[in-house]
Design a protein around this ligand. Structure first.
Ligand SMILES: Cc1cc2nc3c(=O)[nH]c(=O)nc-3n(C[C@H](O)[C@H](O)[C@H](O)COP(=O)(O)O)c2cc1C
Length: 186
């Protein structure tokens, strides 16, 4: 598959089949991720492939955060269980973290490079017949998540990439054409 085809085929995949993803397949995606452009080659990215315990812990925090917004205790409990169950059903979850440089300028560039690594991962997944869904949010900074994923103080989790065999190929979401958003300067 050429790169343009992979870019056009990539979607955020919300539902996966129950088929397993082999560990060596995940490794290939991570090997592609680390080839991202990176000023000063700081290699800020860190990858945490969640095993059963860390995954359960993450799902529980996610569930408790969502349920905290629900007033009725019975409904809140149902929300917590639903969110936990949904997260548990994702075939593979990779937390993408980055090392926090002490210089703000380097930290910003490293953040950008880490996202380029995420995109490499997502496009490589397309080539492998896999789908991804990138998730972010305040949950990543939750002390319970940091503890469950053993994130050291000098690192920050920037995303959770959910990964598996797509159960469906959603329609592409409409985009404004690049031509409309581009100015060719003299
Ligand atoms: C930085 C970033 C953060 C995202 N965070 C979330 C998220 O927290 N939850 C979610 O459902 N999707 C998240 N997404 C996925 C976007 O919602 C998705 O890319 C967008 O709807 C376009 O759909 P597509 O990826 O299928 O083209 C995120 C994507 C990016 C790039």
């Amino acid at each position: 598959m050429n790169v343009f085809d992979a870019i056009r085929a990539r979607r955020s995949i919300k539902s996966f089949t129950g088929d397993d993803v082999a560990a060596d397949q995940v490794q290939r995606l991570l090997d592609a991720a680390v080839l991202a452009p990176n000023h000063r080659l700081t290699q800020p990215w860190r990858f945490l492939v969640l095993g059963p315990d860390s995954r359960r812990a993450y799902g529980r925090v996610l569930g408790s955060r969502k349920s905290a917004k629900v007033e009725d205790p019975v409904a809140a409990e149902a929300v917590a269980r639903k969110v936990e169950g949904e997260f548990a059903s994702v075939p593979v979850a990779v937390a993408v973290a980055m090392r926090l440089d002490e210089k703000p300028e380097v930290r910003e560039e490293d953040f950008a490079a880490t996202w380029m690594a995420v995109e490499n991962l997502c496009l490589a997944a397309v080539e492998e017949g896999l789908g991804t869904h990138v998730k972010t949010g305040a949950v990543m900074d939750d002390p319970r998540v940091r503890e469950a994923l053993e994130v050291p103080p000098e690192e920050r989790v920037v995303a959770i990439v959910q990964l598996g065999h797509p159960a469906e190929q959603p329609a592409a979401k409409p985009r404004t054409s690049a031509a409309e958003l581009t100015r060719w300067l003299p």
